[in-house]
Design a protein around this ligand. Structure first.
Ligand code: ATP
Length: 334
């Protein structure tokens, strides 16, 4: 079934002193779709989001929301037309409650223009229940972790009857289970017909959550594809503008001497059975989501935090104790 176009962007250009951030870009988001926007750093994604949300005015080009011309002069106008924005860093008031944040600037009123806090609280509780979120609407935002704050941002956008929700790198500070909660919310929004524009550098997420994905490169719109009809390699090729074979230079298959060997490192509740070796001339990445234990492992290897079990060996087989935090990190012999 053809979905109706929610947001249509045509020929948008935006120049900052010395740089053309957007060069005649087009984009179409349909109702109820989760639309990924990907591109390398500096591709122009944030500039476009800022134009849609009324922060910047374009130099050229036009936008249409539900078929009507859309040219917000400021974020308030964009919000009034149904644009919701969840920022990478949440923009909530930390000392106000969840309900107060959600209804800030447009709280329900009683007689004599007094704010009806009870109604704001009830409406917030209803929104939270709708997403199966067991959070007290009266909690102050500074008592919430980043994930819960982001949930509040999403609910804030929804309570203002948003038609298009824009999320900019929403999972960068979330754990795996928090990411799942966010995805559950986004799926639910899409079933209500709300369009979602999802900006992320994490292609695996884009392929998991999005229906279609658009690629930008150097301020230009490149292509839009259904995620079922493309793959991460093709996306990367479009993002960087050359074949994926050239993306990373070939590496030497010959390993140098082992410099650091970590064996069965364990710290209760933090990480378990971590073993790896780093060889001369090698770059070893520790990947994982927030809360996966990467920082904790690195701190333990450096002797900053203690471990319950395991060994760390330096070049030449010298073992360093991981049982107690070192007064000073071990000296690496290079
Ligand atoms: N306010 C600004 N003033 C001057 N130049 C800017 C401004 N905002 C963005 N730019 C420039 O415009 C270009 C596009 O930047 P933009 O932030 O939109 O890219 P992006 O795709 O969002 O990158 P990232 O993924 O790193 O956020 C870059 O060259 C950037 O330096």
């Amino acid at each position: 079934m053809e979905r109706e176009v929610l947001l249509s962007i045509q020929g948008i250009t935006k120049t900052f002193p010395g740089v053309k951030a957007l060069d005649g870009v087009d984009l179409e988001v349909t109702q109820g779709e989760i639309h990924g926007l990907v591109g390398e750093n500096g591709a122009g994604k944030s500039t476009l989001l800022n134009i849609i949300s009324g922060v910047f005015r374009p130099d050229q080009g036009g936008m249409w929301l539900c078929g009507q011309p859309f040219a917000p002069a400021n974020p308030r106008q964009a919000q009034d037309r149904g644009i919701g924005f969840v920022h990478q860093e949440t923009a909530l008031c930390p000392h106000l409650s969840i309900a107060e944040n959600i209804f800030l600037g447009r709280a329900p009123e009683r007689s004599l223009s007094l704010i009806d806090f009870k109604q704001a609280e009830d409406l917030t509780a209803k929104l939270l229940r709708e997403f199966h979120l067991d959070i007290d609407p009266n909690l102050r935002v500074n008592e919430l972790n980043i994930a819960a704050q982001q949930v509040v941002e999403v609910l804030k956008a929804l309570s203002s009857e948003c038609r298009l929700l824009i999320l900019d790198e929403p999972t960068s500070s979330l754990t795996e289970s928090e990411t799942e909660t966010l995805f559950m919310m986004l799926k639910k929004l899409s079933t209500k017909g709300i369009g979602v524009l999802y900006i992320s550098h994490r292609l695996a997420e884009v392929f998991r959550i999005c229906d279609r994905v658009s690629v930008f490169r150097d301020g230009r719109y490149i292509h839009t594809k259904k995620v079922t009809e493309t793959n991460p390699d093709e996306m990367i090729t479009m993002m960087v503008g050359r074949s994926i074979d050239n993306l990373y230079p070939p590496k030497s298959a010959v390993k140098g001497e082992p410099l650091l060997r970590v064996e069965s490192l364990e710290r209760q509740g933090k990480f378990h059975d971590i073993s790896f070796t780093v060889y001369q001339g090698e770059i070893l990445g520790l990947a994982g989501l927030v809360g996966a234990g990467r920082t904790e492992v690195a701190r333990a290897v450096c002797g900053i935090d203690r471990c319950d079990r395991g060994e760390v060996y330096l070049e030449g087989g010298q073992s360093i104790s991981t049982a107690m935090p070192s007064p000073s990190p071990p000296k690496w012999s290079m």
